[in-house]
Design a protein around this ligand. Structure first.
Ligand SMILES: [Zn+2]
Ligand SMILES: [Zn+2]
Length: 282
């Protein structure tokens, strides 16, 4: 993805920046903090112009855009401070660095960054405007499928991805599906949105789902509907159904990068409205 594509992606969503909300959750001995990096809404046009799809969307939520968000999550345990993705980055008005200040976390204290995937709204916060690592001591965890599929280390990689790679290459650790990458944190592939899109399961109860969904009001009831950002729609739909089914059955709490802030809640049956529904935790 080149710079133009990044801007066109940002152009399709409307971003608005307000005071940085932060919300805390407890997971056993760890604290999970949801940080709203930016607010955004998802335009109905991102689902394409198929008349049947547009009709289905209008029936569920008859507006031109749906509430969404850019959420970053911080996991704080006795020994580690972990970020799950890093938001848009300061050049795009990200609030992550202000939120970390408010939480009394200095960037140098961040021990690990778990990347769900390599899109700009997830890796933008990793480097400064001059390409320096914002989190100089962090080990960066990425699936080997995402590294290869997005050609991260190659000259073909988008400039932002390439700059992130150059800033962190010595700290980059590639993992396999189902690998326990840190104590209590298991990486699980859920590909389709990107070639190596990953979810992270904390203590068998809290699941970070990245970009599994972009518009809660439309995609919980209709997980078969994809925005144009899902690179492989067939795989993305299968992954969405599988993960939501699992979350419902195992009563997992899920945390999504683009679910309305704080982006945390549980998955229920959709009843008459569709396949699933989302019960936010506040
Ligand atoms: Zn994405
Ligand atoms: Zn995203």
């Amino acid at each position: 993805m080149n710079k133009l594509m990044i801007f066109s992606m940002l152009g399709c969503i409307s971003l608005a920046f307000a005071a940085s909300p932060v919300q805390r959750f407890t997971v056993d001995d760890s604290e999970v903090v949801a940080i709203q990096d930016a607010t955004q809404s998802i335009a109905v046009a991102l689902f394409g112009d198929d008349a049947g799809v547009q009709q289905a969307l209008a029936k569920l939520y008859p507006r031109n855009s749906a509430p969404s968000s850019v959420n970053v999550f911080l996991i704080r345990s006795e020994k580690r401070i972990i970020l799950v993705d890093t938001g848009l980055g300061n050049q795009h008005g990200s609030f992550l660095s202000h939120a970390l200040d408010d939480l009394h976390v200095s960037p140098a204290q961040v021990t690990d960054i778990l990347l769900t995937h390599l899109h700009p709204d997830h890796i933008g916060g990793m480097i400064s405007s001059v390409g320096q690592a914002m989190f100089p001591n962090a080990t960066v965890w990425l699936s080997q499928e995402e590294f290869r599929g997005m050609k991260m280390g190659s000259r073909e990689a988008a400039p932002l991805m390439r700059n992130v790679y150059l800033a962190y290459q010595r700290k980059l650790k590639l993992f396999k599906d189902e690998q326990e990458i840190l104590p209590g944190i298991v990486a699980r592939l859920a590909v389709g949105h990107t070639p190596g899109h990953t979810t992270f399961l904390l203590n068998d109860k809290f699941l970070f789902v990245g970009d599994l969904l972009h518009a809660a009001v439309w995609q919980f009831p209709r997980p078969d509907l994809c925005t144009k950002w899902d690179a492989d729609p067939t795989a993305a739909v299968a992954a969405r159904r599988k993960v939501l089914q699992l979350a419902q059955e195992k009563e997992l709490t899920i945390a999504g990068a683009h679910l309305p802030f704080p982006g945390v809640g549980t998955v229920k049956s959709g009843g008459d409205r569709g396949e699933f529904s989302f019960q936010p935790k506040r």
